[in-house]
Design a protein around this ligand. Structure first.
Ligand code: PHB
Length: 392
């Protein structure tokens, strides 16, 4: 009978295949799809940021033929709602129920800190494509945790240096009260006060509230030389418009670049002249960035922003690491060794990773002119996060 003769034959193939896998040893390419979990905000004030990160990631994946480490990629998407209270359950679902090989996420620092805790415990590869929480590449740093973006401290520090150089002496800070705002304000104050600047008052409101009126009135009565702000996404759009509408444009507005990135069409004239520091700018006019911007605009009918770049670079980092492991996401040591010696060819300009796995990078000073964040200089060159508390 045909059926019965097939059974032993299939068995022989199975044994042979197993023997070949064993013989090929640790360098053997992994087969089957690579499962990537996208844990990002797809609703709420950071929804556009999550979507830009996904777009950027997919753009690079398309450029390399849809495979990472030789494996086709399958995505599992999870909306984290920028809610730290749900973060531990959410990442555990991706790891334990969906069996993802890698997690890419997220935007919000509070959510990212919870993700890093779980990634550190489970050893699952985690690439953070935005959230700047210090602990991710500080106290919670781990061989399997990497960031393609920035630390909050880096962006705040660079803005403080830039403001001090341009002359203001007395500043007020304003932000959402959570890790990102606290750490950016911390970095800002460190640099600004080191150069003789004085901070009159730190103003804040809970994330993601946008009732700015009382705080803007307080700024008007404090009459500082300049204001430093961190807001992002929908909240940044409203803050910059409310600041102008409150008649405060005579007090120069500075911020980390998130204040005006991906938001300029919605902010319009209110954003003109706002000065920010960030590891990306529009119109860098390098061949690398021009090619990226053209490809992104073609694929999505949208202009890219810093979040798109960070998503794109998360995919580049995964591609580099998984190439070194033959597609095996469990070979964390080889994955990390490849990334620590890599020069990542980012649209922002090439960067390397610190030993804590955070980008060491230039931060541009940018000024809003028309509908772009125009680079007007380098705020900090090759700035590395201090990685406080990281022991690897
Ligand atoms: C953060 O929570 O770390 C965060 C969120 C949005 C940004 C930047 C940082 O644009």
């Amino acid at each position: 009978m045909r059926g019965s003769s097939l059974v032993p034959l299939a068995g022989t193939f199975a044994v042979l295949a197993a023997a070949m896998t064993l013989a090929a040893g640790p360098a053997a390419a992994q087969s089957g799809k690579l499962k990537v979990g996208f844990m990002l905000p797809f609703t709420g004030t950071y929804a556009a940021l999550g979507s830009a990160i996904e777009n950027g990631f997919r753009l690079h994946l398309d450029e390399v033929g849809g495979k990472l480490g030789g494996r086709e990629v399958e995505f599992v998407k999870l909306d984290d709602e920028s809610d730290p209270a749900k973060a531990t359950d959410n990442i555990n679902r991706l790891i334990k129920r969906d069996n993802v090989d890698v997690v890419v996420g997220t935007v919000h620092s509070g959510v990212a800190a919870a993700m890093a805790r779980v990634a550190k415990q489970t050893g699952t590869l985690l690439i953070v494509p935005n959230a700047g929480a210090g602990v991710v590449t500080g106290a919670l740093c781990a061989p399997n945790i990497f960031r393609s973006s920035f630390s909050n401290w880096q962006t705040g520090y660079a803005t403080g240096e830039a403001m001090a150089k341009r002359g203001p002496k007395r500043a007020v800070t304003i932000t959402w009260k959570y890790a990102a705002g606290d750490e950016m304000v911390g970095g800002f104050k460190e640099a600004f006060t080191k150069s003789g600047g004085q901070v009159l008052k730190d103003l804040n409101l809970p994330f993601p509230n946008v009732e700015f009126q009382a705080l803007l009135t307080e700024i008007a009565s404090l009459r500082p030389d300049a204001v430093f702000a961190f807001f992002a996404g929908g909240g940044a759009v409203k803050f910059v418009k409310d600041y102008a509408a409150a008649g405060l444009k005579s007090i120069p507005l500075y911020g980390t670049g998130f204040l005006t990135d991906g938001t300029l069409d919605a902010q319009g004239d209110a954003a003109q002249g706002v000065l920010t520091a960030l590891h990306y700018a529009d119109a860098l006019d390098t061949p690398r960035d021009n090619a990226f911007r053209l490809a992104y605009a073609k694929a999505y009918k949208l202009q890219p922003d810093v979040y798109a770049v960070q998503g794109y670079d998360a995919a580049q980092m995964l591609a580099i690491g998984l190439k070194a492991t033959g597609g095996d996401a469990k070979k964390v040591a080889d994955f990390g060794a490849a990334l620590r010696k890599a020069r990542i060819d980012s649209p922002r300009g090439a960067f390397t990773l610190s030993s804590a796995h955070n980008p060491v990078q230039d931060l541009y000073l940018r000024e809003v002119v028309g509908r772009i964040n125009k680079p007007v200089g380098i705020a900090s060159k090759a700035l590395a996060d201090p990685a406080t508390g990281c022991q690897m």
